[in-house]
Design a protein around this ligand. Structure first.
Ligand code: GAR
Length: 208
């Protein structure tokens, strides 16, 4: 089965969705490691409860981002993952780490990319008056939230939506979307070749 390392900074509900997809057999994969930049991250407790190896590193213990990411990805590499999943990992990655894991690292981002990169995506979608909002899973590239999009899930924005209501709805979509994308990779249907994603032997030019 596909070996997955997950990086998460907080609550870890997307990690939980992956854990459950693996344990109930929807996903033929094994989460071999969970790493965090925050010692208090609930994601680490979820890993502990599921019996998954986990660790945290404190960025403040390194003089710069590059050094921290070297240490972080050394730990990740030791677990020999086929795939690294950023599931609510909130630190920008150093270019060298991104380069080293190109095509083997995906991120879930709570917007319909290329709309609303960065933080506070639900607020931005509301303030912008968007008719719909959603979430994207994409390969990680040097450009922040800019790598090739694999798949998206969408919900209409309602007149009574606020940031909380909208974010809850997006989160439910994410818990479906992320395991579904990882499943495509685990099943060998989605591959990274020649610097781009391929689905069922065809270049994936528009998101699923
Ligand atoms: C998710 O909504 C994820 O898309 C977002 O953080 C949340 C993590 O929730 N990620 C980003 O904003 C990445 N820039 P979780 O910790 O409960 O999975």
């Amino acid at each position: 089965p596909l070996r997955i390392a997950v990086l998460a900074s907080g609550r870890g509900s997307n990690l939980q969705a992956l854990i459950e997809a693996c344990s109930d057999g929807r996903l033929s994969a094994r989460i071999v490691l969970v790493g965090s930049d925050r010692r208090q991250a609930q994601a680490l407790q979820r890993a502990e409860s599921a019996g998954i190896e986990h660790f945290s590193l404190d960025p403040k213990a390194w003089p710069d981002r590059a050094g921290f990411d070297v240490a972080l990805f050394r730990r990740v590499a030791e677990s020999r993952p086929d795939l690294v999943v950023l599931a609510g990992y909130m630190r920008i990655l150093d270019a060298a780490a991104v380069e080293a894991w190109q095509g083997r690292m995906i991120n879930i981002h709570p917007s319909l990319l290329p709309r609303h990169r960065g933080l506070h995506t639900h607020r931005k979608a509301l303030e912008h008056g968007d008719a719909d909002h959603g979430t994207s899973v994409h390969y990680v590239s040097a450009e922040l939230d800019g790598g090739p999009v694999i798949a998206q899930a969408m919900t209409p924005i309602r007149s009574d939506d606020d940031e909380t209501r909208l974010s809850e709805r997006i989160l439910q979509l994410e818990h479906q979307l992320l395991p579904a994308v990882v499943r495509l990779i685990a099943d060998g249907r989605l591959q990274w070749r020649q610097g781009m994603p391929w689905l069922d032997e065809q270049p994936l030019s528009t998101p699923l």
